[in-house]
Every structure is written in C-alpha cells, then in structure tokens.
Design a protein around this ligand. Structure first.
Ligand code: SF4
Length: 694
C-alpha cells in the first residue's frame, strides 16, 4: 500500500511530454506533487491522459538533477560549483572574448522544444540582439523542419491546419509515418473513437502498427511500403486521383492556381507513376494503392495525419509537399474534418518554431531578410539586426571543426544523443572553446561542456506551450525552482551579464513582447488565456477567438501551390553486406532519449530497446526470440535483444531509441533532407547477426 498524502491545493498546467498538450491539475501538498489529474476542461485532452503525463513527473525531484551552476576550464577538468553570478560573468566574458578573437559569427545558440514559448523567444532574441548574428536553431532541425518548409511552400504557413476536435468530423483518415498509439496516445484515443463510429482508416507505414488491427479497429488499407519510398507511394495515389478524375475541380479552380495544378496533374499522370509501376520498388500491391486513393478521394471528409516517418527522410520536405498536393487535389482542406495535420513530437516544438528558432526566420515565420519585419524588432530591441540567415546546427558543427565557430549556448537539448553522426557532433563540440549546456541533468552533451547551467522543469515555471493544433496552453508554476531560477530567468540574467538592457518581471511581459511583434499572436495575453483557457493562433484583430481550422476562405499565401514531387531514391542502399532496412519509432511509456521517463520512480516501466525482426529473416540468421543480436550499419554497430514478429515485413527491422546504451544514432546515416538538413533517421541499411550481448 502506497501512502499518499492528501492534496492541499491544485494548479492547472500543461503536460511537458508530447505535442498533444494535455491539461492537468497538479494536486499539491506544499511544494510536493501528490498526483497529476487530467483536467476535464483541457481542450486538447478533455479529461484524458496517457501514462507519461499522469505518472512520469518524478524526474523533477530526481537525485540526478544538478542544482548549482558549474564551470571548468577544460573538458577533462573536474567541475567546480560556482554562484549564478559567477557563472553568468564567466559565460559573458568568454563569449565576448570569442567574438573579439574570431568575429561576431563565431558563437550561437540552440533553443529547446521542451521549454516555453517565452523561453525560446528569449534565446533567439539573445542570439540576434546580443550575439549580433542569426546562428540560432532548434531540435526541430532533426524532426519537423520539413513540415515547416513543405507546408510553408504549399499553404504559406508552417503549421497543421486543424484542431483535434476536427477528427470528430472525419470520414477517412490517412495515417502516414506516425504511430499515435505510442507517440500521441490521447489523440490516438480520439481517433479510435471516431474509427469505431465508422470512419475509415488508411495506414501507410512499413510496420504493422497497432491501429492496423486492434480491438474494434481495423484499417481498410495498410500500405506496408519499403522504408524511404513515401514520395513514390503518395505520387501513385495522386496518379489514381488524377487519371480516374477523382479530383475536386471546383475547389482547385477557386483556391489554387489552375495552371500549376495542370502541370502537376500531367506529372503524376505519367505511367511511370501508376500503381503497377510503383509496386515494383515500394512493395505496395497496386490494388491497395488504387483502393486507398479511391477511398481518400471519394470517402467524404478526408484528413491526413503524419509524423516523423514522413519528415526524417532525405525527401522529408518533398513528402510534406506531396501530402499537401493530395489534400488540395481532393478539396480536403479548409473545413472541419479534413486537412493536413503533423503530429508534433515534443511538447513545444510547434512553439519553438513559431518563436523564430530558425537561422532564417524571425518569430511568426518571417524571413530575416525582410526589411519591414526586421524594422519592427529593431525599433523595439534598439539594435540593428543582421539580415543574413545564420548557421543551422549541422553548419555550426562543421564551422566548429573548421575553426570558425567557437562557442555555443545549448538550452534543453542533448545534441550528442539526438543529432545524427555522433562522431561529427563530438568533433564539433570538442573543437569549441566555450560550450554552455543549460539542462536538468548532466546529459551526454555536457561531457563536452565548459559551463553547466542548471535547468528547471515545467513544474517550476510560468509560461506557455503551443501544441500540435497551434493551441497556446498555459504552463503554471506549481513549485519553486529547485535550482533557484526558472529557465527564462537564466537567459535574462545571461543577457544582462552580456550588457543587454533587458528587464522582465514575469513571462507574461515576454508574451506581451511576442504579441507586439508577431501578428499571429497579436491578441494573445495571459489575461486572455486565463479567461479562455487556451487559444489557437492566429489570434489577432481578425481572429479574436483564435483559429481552430485554418485556410477556411483562402490560403495564407493566397493560392494553394501544387508542386511537382519527383521521387528520388535515398543514397542509402542495401547490398550483400547490409541487406536489411532499419527504421525507428517509440514506445508508449518512454519518451525520446528517456532523460525524464527513465528518471521517474512512479511506475516500473523502464524496459529496454529491442530489435523487431521478421521470422523469415531471423531463421535465416539463426536468431531466436530474446537472443542478443549485433545490429551493424556502415556507420557503426550496437547490440540489442531480438523480438521476432510479423509486425515488420521481411527485409525490414525496427527499433526504438529510448536508452542511451542503444546508441541508435551511431547506426544511422548522415544523409539529410535536401531542403532542411533534417536527418534521414528512418532508413538505414543494416546487417543483423547473433551476438553474445553488449
Ligand atoms: Fe502528455 Fe502527450 Fe500523454 Fe497527453 S498524450 S498526457 S500530452 S504525453
């Protein structure tokens, strides 16, 4: 029997795990969380939750948390605890020295998708206004940057088109490269409810995810494509829609550029894109492709939901544009029940992108080269901004190895674990003279840091997160920061130490600045969020109550843009040495690299990463259930236990990446999306062989 104290008060806040953004009542006893209760008035979750939000908050008080700032001269030296003031003065002095010695562009920053909007806004402001360059990036670089690029090109805005409620009006769902049962569980429950009520489901995924067949839910079509062939499959669906006259001519003539549509239609109608031709290299039966295309085009309201199985490819941006083409061609955009909906991974990856965490964009997705936009910020911040886009994370690391990039401020991001080509990340970090890690725990990246600034959890600060449906939710402080400073205060004090004349008494004042500079947030205030509970951007004079469904009357860019999406095979090839294709995903109870979920004692769920392999491939290699196997690629190797299952097709293997020992990024390639540098995590040629263990 576990003794639980009775709560004395409660505070409504937002889950800090996935992009669903569930609201919880934190029931408190003094400074101690007694339990997290899913909040019935939360508009994203309506009283539901998953195990992570409900139980996995114990990491906030875990003994591994670092509570005092630490400094060391060399990464081989032991850490020395210092006061906050000493730490800020040290970083300011080092960063100014590096800029004096190597130039203004020699330092940069990385914002965190785990932090609040207000905190990411401050980090990009520090880089632009304080460092005087645009060397700022975020972890969306390795997950949803292709969404930003692709939807921006097609529709003019880099965000999903619908609210979660929209699924209640959907008749046909295409789910591509996403496994919401594990990755976005509360949305998965809402989707299942709709499917049980009769909506149809098309799953495009190399793996037989739960939703293909589970209790009371069965997909009408599962297209188990060969990893890396998303664009070919989507183009084959478009081929059927165009050649069988299933497109919505009235919608296209009114909302899109007809001549662009004609150009695209002639491209997809080419016999080379027919289902029969496509079956040969995607492995998806032609009849399944035809059936899925007809169902999506004719089945009523059609909605597309997608995840990292779309974006983390060398053609990630192309795939996003191919999805947008399908939605526009069938008129499935601009009303409830339809649309294009990226299922965002991290709690605030949408917000981090909205807040200008990219080297080429100011908050609100406005290019840094725009004089009028820069003018708004320059007047308010009293500085002259650099009009040239800065460095992306991989470019920062390249420049570090080349000797021109010498210092970095990394807030809430473990790039050594989460970014591709671990050897190169290590080399880049080793080459820098001042690496500042601002995090909860001494993560892998901190092994290469010169300064460690302790971070705060979502329970210890005020702010907002923006979820996958563009909903701005309040995060409320339920306990004092154990390290003494919330993350926004750390960035504020660092900026002040660097001589910037900043002053904010509360994150609400940062939100006021966001609203004053960013049209899509123009009417957002903390008072409004108190009154409404939450609001979806755009929220401004034209949309005072926010915008649940976008593009109702027209696209943000004017006419929706059809773009030819030529399938180009990945450079990662199988062959005699590496005959299998590895793809990756998550499990319900763990979260990303597990920094938080592995440090919660609430539930014994830690488990291990496993390699799923088809019985045929296992038998060929003499591998039995639960055996240790060696997983090797051209980049590296690791050891895992095997799960033999028909969830994966012959020739495909699958693993999760929650445990640092798995070292999934040692295995993956350094191929990236052509437009955004998003790594191709979902396709790696591998060999699997019996092993004695790690
Ligand atoms: Fe948190 Fe996502 Fe689970 Fe909701 S579905 S409780 S936001 S992890």
């Amino acid at each position: 029997v576990i003794e639980i104290g009775q709560p004395e008060h409660s505070v409504v806040t937002t889950c800090a795990y996935c992009g669903v953004g569930c609201s919880f009542k934190a029931e408190m006893r003094g400074e101690e969380v007694v339990r997290m209760v899913p909040w019935k008035d939360g508009k994203a979750n309506r009283g539901h939750s998953c195990v992570k939000g409900r139980f996995a908050w114990g990491y906030a008080t875990h003994q591994d948390r670092i509570l005092n700032p630490m400094v060391r001269e060399k990464i081989t030296d032991p850490w020395r605890e210092v006061s906050w003031d000493e730490a800020f003065a040290h970083v300011a002095k080092e960063f100014r020295r590096l800029q004096f010695q190597y130039g203004k562009g020699s330092i940069g920053g990385i914002t965190s998708s785990r932090c609040t909007n207000e905190e990411t806004f401050l980090v990009q402001k520090l880089v632009r206004a304080g460092f005087g360059n645009n060397n700022v990036d975020t972890c969306a670089r390795v997950c949803h940057s292709p969404t930003g690029y692709g939807l921006g090109k097609a529709f003019g805005t880099s965000a999903g088109t619908q609210d979660f409620d929209s699924v209640e009006h959907t008749d046909v769902v295409i789910l591509i490269g996403a496994n919401p049962t594990d990755g976005h569980p509360v949305f998965a429950s809402r989707l299942k409810k709709r499917l049980r009520a009769g909506a149809k489901l098309i799953v495009i995924d190399p793996r037989r995810i739960d939703l293909v067949r589970s209790a009371h839910v069965e997909a009408s079509h599962h297209l188990p494509l060969r990893p890396g062939t998303n664009v070919a499959v989507l183009t084959a669906l478009a081929h059927v829609i165009v050649t069988e006259g299933l497109f919505d001519e009235a919608f296209i003539r009114e909302r899109c550029d007809w001549s662009e549509f004609e150009d695209w239609a002639s491209f997809v109608a080419d016999p080379a894109h027919s289902p029969e031709a496509t079956e040969v290299y995607t492995g998806v039966p032609a009849e399944e492709l035809r059936g899925a295309a007809r169902l999506y085009a004719r089945g009523g309201n059609g909605a597309i939901y997608y995840g990292l199985g779309v974006t983390e490819h060398s053609q990630g941006s192309t795939t996003v544009m191919a999805i947008a083409n399908l939605a526009m061609a069938t008129g499935n955009i601009g009303r409830p029940g339809v649309g294009v909906n990226p299922l965002r991974g991290q709690n605030n990856v949408q917000g981090a992108c909205d807040m200008g965490s990219f080297p080429h964009e100011l908050p609100g997705y406005r290019h840094i080269s725009g004089t009028e936009v820069r003018d708004v910020f320059e007047k308010l911040w009293g500085v002259e901004l650099n009009p040239e886009p800065g460095l992306r994370i991989p470019n920062m690391l390249d420049a570090a190895v080349d000797g021109t990039f010498r210092g970095i401020y990394i807030q809430g991001e473990d790039i050594l674990q989460s970014d591709p080509d671990t050897k190169h990340v290590k080399a880049g970090l080793e080459a820098m003279e001042c690496v500042v890690v601002h995090d909860l725990f001494l993560n892998e990246t901190a092994n290469y840091a010169h300064v460690f600034l302790p971070g705060s959890t979502f329970l210890e600060k005020d702010g907002t997160f923006t979820n996958a449906e563009r909903r701005i939710n309040r995060v409320r402080r339920v306990m004092s920061p154990k390290n003494g400073l919330a993350d926004w205060e750390v960035t504020l004090k660092l900026a002040q130490a660097m001589g910037l004349d900043w002053s904010y008494a509360h994150p609400s004042e940062i939100m006021d600045e966001i609203a004053a500079t960013t049209p899509s947030f123009a009417s957002v205030t903390y008072q409004m969020l108190e009154e409404k509970g939450s609001v979806q951007w755009p929220c401004n004079e034209a949309k005072p109550d926010g915008t649940p469904v976008m593009h109702l009357d027209g696209f943000v860019r004017g006419k929706g843009k059809f773009i030819r999406t030529e399938y180009v095979a990945t450079d990662e090839r199988t062959g005699p040495r590496f005959p299998l294709l590895l793809t990756t995903g998550r499990i319900l109870s763990q979260y990303n690299v597990g920094a938080q979920t592995r440090r919660t004692e609430n539930v014994a769920w830690h488990g291990e990463d496993r390699l799923e392999i088809h019985p045929h491939d296992a038998e060929q290699r003499g591998i039995h259930q639960d055996d240790w196997v060696k997983l090797a690629s051209r980049s590296g190797e690791t050891a895992l236990r095997a799960t033999i299952t028909e969830r994966v097709a012959p020739g495909v293997v699958y693993t999760t990446f929650h445990h640092p020992g798995t070292q999934a990024n040692v295995i993956t390639t350094d191929f990236t999306d052509w437009a955004t540098n998003c790594p191709e995590y979902k396709v790696t040629a591998v060999q699997v062989s019996p092993s004695n263990g790690p």
